[in-house]
Design a protein around this ligand. Structure first.
Ligand code: URP
Ligand code: ZN
Ligand code: ZN
Length: 467
């Protein structure tokens, strides 16, 4: 006898679309076919798509963001928002602060998450201080423990690594078989631009975008690729914003290099003009993220790259701050210059509806591409496969039931996050999650979050980069 049967729906995987039932026992898919037998509970999925739950492999939760700044989501509200957006697993970051042990940082993030999450989660590491002990002992040991991916930054005062440090971290990744995620924006170019803009009195949030033009992303992307080629490793370029970085990635692929890439909803739906707010007021801060949103030509390039396989993953880069809050986007320091506006926007709940509506519904990508970009490739890229990321016998029953025809206007209320705004307010989408299930347990249904804090579990991961 099954615990649960989902009957009459259309199951979509990265490979196939099929009309069949799904049988679930003890949190896993155990049957898949035209008729899966008796079950204690049945869900009628007629007219619905049965999708692998979204895996969002780029979110920031309860991450230290400066002494005067507080991230708007911890593990409870962040994963509540994830569940409301059809996601069943997230991979946030464990940030090493300079001078700290990497192992201690990981333990600290485990403590932050314990008993809080509604969906399953794992951690990438952020390496900011690659000391001999980190490179020689901590990183190798953590990779062996299942932290098989880490992020490095080429910008931000507190996070940036020198080229030599990047090469050292890349070399450990090579030795241990881990995947490095690279934030590719050039530190010095940005600093130079920011200083010059401030001297001119150009300090409104909009000038954040002027200080980080596409060419600083292009240059850093090229440099990261060169470093990866020198060391002989694959890397993942995260949050790629537009045409110029895409050209670098395509060039590298043409040379036979394994350069992976991720993009995010903000690079499809926003442009630099959004940062102007109302007459260059502080409301532009709602859209300040890095890299900044670009222009229509870059949006078109990002769509093309999603269609033709340049991007493996579509993530939210959910990095939420409150707008109307001194510890958020409009704090006293942030009001003096764009330089101090916390970087990042919320998006974990909006990611799937945006890509479904703008991508699948508008005929830009197929249903299977949607599943690959939002779930399967994340699982393959970050060592969650073949446990998560698809619907097949033996997999965790992480499932989103999706109404492909439901028309919804995105509003703050629907996001269920800790931020006080959504950058996508008023956006009309078609297609919406009606039920989200984590290992067979319903955590969100018909607009209500039903999951409980602590229902989500930490997931140890296998090797990353297996795509
Ligand atoms: O602006 C952004 N993206 N903030 C989040 C941190 C990062 O670089 O991913
Ligand atoms: Zn980044
Ligand atoms: Zn990020």
């Amino acid at each position: 006898m099954l615990d649960l049967a989902i009957r009459g729906g259309t199951v979509v995987t990265a490979a196939d679309v099929s009309r069949c039932d799904v049988g679930i026992r003890e949190g896993r898919v155990v049957a898949f076919g035209e008729a899966v037998g008796e079950a204690v509970e049945t869900i009628d999925a007629a007219g619905l798509l049965v999708l692998p739950g979204g895996i969002d492999s780029h979110v920031h939760l309860d991450q230290y963001s400066g002494d005067d700044v507080v991230m708007a989501d911890g593990f409870e509200t962040g994963t509540r928002s994830a569940a409301a957006g059809g996601n069943t697993c997230v991979i946030p970051f464990a940030l090493q602060r300079r001078g700290e042990s990497l192992r201690a940082s990981v333990e600290a993030y485990h403590a932050k998450a314990k008993g809080k999450a509604l969906v399953d989660y794992s951690f990438h590491l952020i390496v900011t201080d690659p000391s001999p002990a980190v490179l020689g002992q901590e990183l190798p040991a953590l990779v062996k423990d299942g932290y098989t991916s880490f992020k490095v930054f080429m910008t931000y005062d507190d996070l940036v690594l020198s080229d030599r440090q990047l090469l050292e971290v890349f070399d450990v990744a090579r030795a241990e078989g881990a995947l490095v995620m690279v934030h590719a924006e050039g530190y010095d170019g940005i600093k130079f631009m920011a200083d010059r803009l401030e001297r001119r009195g150009e300090t409104a949030p909009f000038f954040h975008s002027t200080s980080r033009p596409e060419l600083v992303e292009r240059e850093a992307t090229h440099r990261a690729i060169a470093h990866a080629e020198l060391i002989g490793i694959p890397i993942m370029i995260v949050h790629v914003s537009g045409r110029e970085a895409i050209e670098q990635i395509e060039w590298a692929r043409g040379r036979g290099l394994r350069i992976y890439a991720e993009t995010c909803p903000q690079y499809l739906m926003l442009t630099a003009d959004d940062l102007k707010g109302l007459n260059m007021d502080m409301s532009g801060a709602k859209y300040v993220c890095s890299p900044p949103p670009r222009d229509q030509a870059s949006q078109d390039a990002v769509w093309r790259a999603l269609q033709n396989g340049v991007f493996q993953t579509f993530s939210s880069d959910h990095c939420p701050f409150r707008y109307d809050d001194p510890a958020g986007k409009t704090g006293p320091k942030a009001r003096t210059s764009f330089r101090w506006v916390p970087n990042g926007i919320p998006g974990v709940a909006a990611r799937l509806p945006i890509l479904f509506s703008e991508g699948v519904k508008k005929g830009r990508i197929s249903l299977q591409q949607f599943v690959a970009l939002t779930a399967t490739n994340h699982a393959k890229m970050y060592g969650l496969y073949p446990k998560k990321g698809s619907i097949a016998v033996g997999y965790d029953a992480d499932i989103a039931l999706w109404d492909p025809d439901k028309a919804v206007t995105l509003t703050q209320d629907l996001m269920h996050h800790g931020s006080d705004y959504t950058p996508y307010e008023g956006l009309e989408v078609t297609g919406w999650p009606v039920r989200t299930m984590v290992r067979g347990h319903t955590v969100f249904v018909d607009g209500a979050v039903t999951g409980e804090a602590g229902g989500g579990s930490f997931v140890a991961r296998g090797p990353s980069g297996m795509i």
